[in-house]
Design a protein around this ligand. Structure first.
Ligand code: FAD
Length: 471
């Protein structure tokens, strides 16, 4: 580290990455009276959380909804002054569709609905019911999501419920993801109650007491001007504590804290900090040179694989879409061999997502299922998507709006072995005191997980902060 030293006292906390994790941590640290500087490599904060408005359409580059699983999220929204802008998705939009036989079939939400639905054969329904009687799995075996679902619920349930769901959430492949790491609650339910059905019934009281809401039942939130409002509000509160276009390139630990090398090529500076929170994506952290003793390195973080995804937001005239769009959207199982992973009916979820007489559809392409399509040209992606929308939703006519975002590293894949990766993160924190790591590569991939992780790590850092760093 031979850049110009720059002395600042008292030294604030350095936060690497102004995604929602880093920004939320900085906000909570500030609430606890602790100064921080958030270094962001890109020219804007938020990572994939970014909304663009154009000609009456509102397009999300990445996430579309925030799941309100914990009262801490509502509190954060209030603290940020966003309560008045907050929208809960239209209850009518709770209906979800899964494609079977080339048609979107409503996902049933009652026992009678389950018995009648054409989504599953009679044999598959019996196999799901038999889950109540099946024994626990072996505690010493690390299972993929697919192996777990096949064992407890059967192949057809895997194909027509879990595979599209995993495609929608992780853009991932259930044959590769680890049950214990990607869906820890399901793993815990089996361990504790033996049966998932029993767990649903017996665990209800415990969930009520904790105040937490499971993700599948949590209200889906956004803001009047989209999820980008969350990032804008965090940035507004933090002011010049957020330094954009300022990547962190090296970290050096010394007796009293950390020397952090920041800035683009040719304009590097070294800044003193009391502690460091790493909240950038794993593959980017892997490029940061860490000098904190013989056992400390960040290079291995590059081993975590990410799925690539392209988000295509398309507008259409209402009369050009045959489907009623009465729901959240449609997910597409891999066995259906369609080109897209799924589509969200945005203008049915929240108001002001499309001009009057028009609709907005957000389509996801690629993922672990077809990585080459995620990185294909716009022309190829658009043609493929329009063909799929024509077949699935009866979409005709030219799009009236198009917004495309390619995420080369969209979602980290919590595959078998991710538990060891997570344990290494903990060991790294132990050998490099004052260094913390949080974000989608550790705490869960949902926006909600990242916000809660930012709050939690900030509380932990505040509890151990030196008095000198208080603002
Ligand atoms: C297409 C897509 C759709 C999604 N949909 C949903 C959804 O509907 N609901 C949901 O809950 N979640 C969704 N997610 C997941 C969720 O958006 C992410 O997991 C979450 O935003 C990650 O936040 P983060 O702060 O951990 O990381 P990031 O947002 O990736 O932030 C990390 C930041 O670090 C910066 N950085 C990188 N290197 C450096 C460096 N050397 N120095 C300084 N800064 C650096 C990056 O530029 C970035 O801004 C979606 C994600 C994607 C990509």
């Amino acid at each position: 580290m031979n850049a110009r030293p720059h002395s600042t006292a008292p030294a604030p906390v350095a936060i690497v990455g102004a995604g929602v994790t880093g920004l939320t941590a900085a906000f909570r640290l500030r609430q606890r009276g602790i100064a921080s500087v958030v270094y962001e490599a890109a020219a804007r904060p938020g990572g994939p959380v970014h909304t663009q408005a154009h000609a009456g359409y509102l397009a999300e580059d990445g996430p579309n909804t925030l799941l309100e699983t914990s009262p801490k999220l509502r509190q954060l929204i209030q603290d940020l002054g966003l309560e008045g802008d907050c929208l809960t998705s239209d209850p009518a939009a709770n209906q979800r569709y899964i494609v079977r036989g080339g048609r979107p079939v409503p996902v049933p939400d009652s026992l009678l609905g389950w018995l009648r639905t054409p989504l599953f054969s009679f044999g598959a329904k019996l196999s799901v019911l038999a889950e109540l009687l099946r024994p626990r799995g072996r505690a010493d075996v690390q299972e993929t999501v697919a192996d777990f679902v096949r064992r407890r619920l059967g192949q057809e349930f895997l194909d027509y419920a879990i595979n599209p769901f995993v495609g929608g959430v992780y853009a991932g492949d259930p044959e590769q993801l680890s049950l214990r790491e990607a869906f820890p609650k399901l793993h815990q339910v089996e361990t504790r109650y033996r049966s998932l059905f029993l767990g649903q019934i017996l665990g209800a009281r415990e969930r009520r007491q904790s105040g937490e809401t499971p993700k599948d039942r949590a209200p889906k939130l956004s803001f009047r001007h989209g999820l980008g409002s969350l990032v804008t509000a965090l940035e507004r509160h933090l002011g010049d504590a957020v330094r954009l276009a300022t990547p962190v390139t090296a970290l050096q630990r010394h007796a009293h804290g950390w020397r952090v090398e920041v800035g683009p090529q040719g304009q590097r500076e070294v800044v003193e900090h009391s502690a460091v929170l790493l909240a950038a994506p794993a593959h980017r952290l892997a490029q940061i040179h860490l000098n904190a003793g013989p056992d400390a390195s960040l290079t291995w973080l590059g081993e975590l694989t990410y799925a690539a995804v392209t988000v295509l937001v398309l507008g259409f005239r209402r009369e050009d879409v045959a489907h009623p769009l009465d729901g959240f959207g449609a997910l597409i199982p891999a066995v259906e061999r369609q080109s897209i992973l799924g589509v969200i009916f945005n203008s049915s979820l929240f108001p002001h997502r499309a001009p009057p007489g028009h609709v907005t559809l957000t389509c996801y392409l690629g993922g672990a299922r077809s990585p080459e399509l995620a990185l294909a040209s716009e022309a190829v992606q658009l043609a493929t998507t329009r063909e799929a929308l024509g077949r699935l939703l009866g979409v005709r006519g030219e799009p009236t709006f198009l917004h495309r975002t390619v995420h080369r590293h969209a979602i980290p894949q919590y595959k078998l072995g991710f538990g060891d990766f997570r344990a290494r993160l903990t060991r790294l924190e132990q050998v490099a005191p004052g260094l913390r790591l949080a974000g989608h590569f550790r705490n869960g991939i949902a926006l909600t997980d990242c916000l809660l992780a930012g709050l939690q790590v900030a509380e932990e850092m505040a509890a151990t902060a030196e008095p000198g760093v208080r603002v």
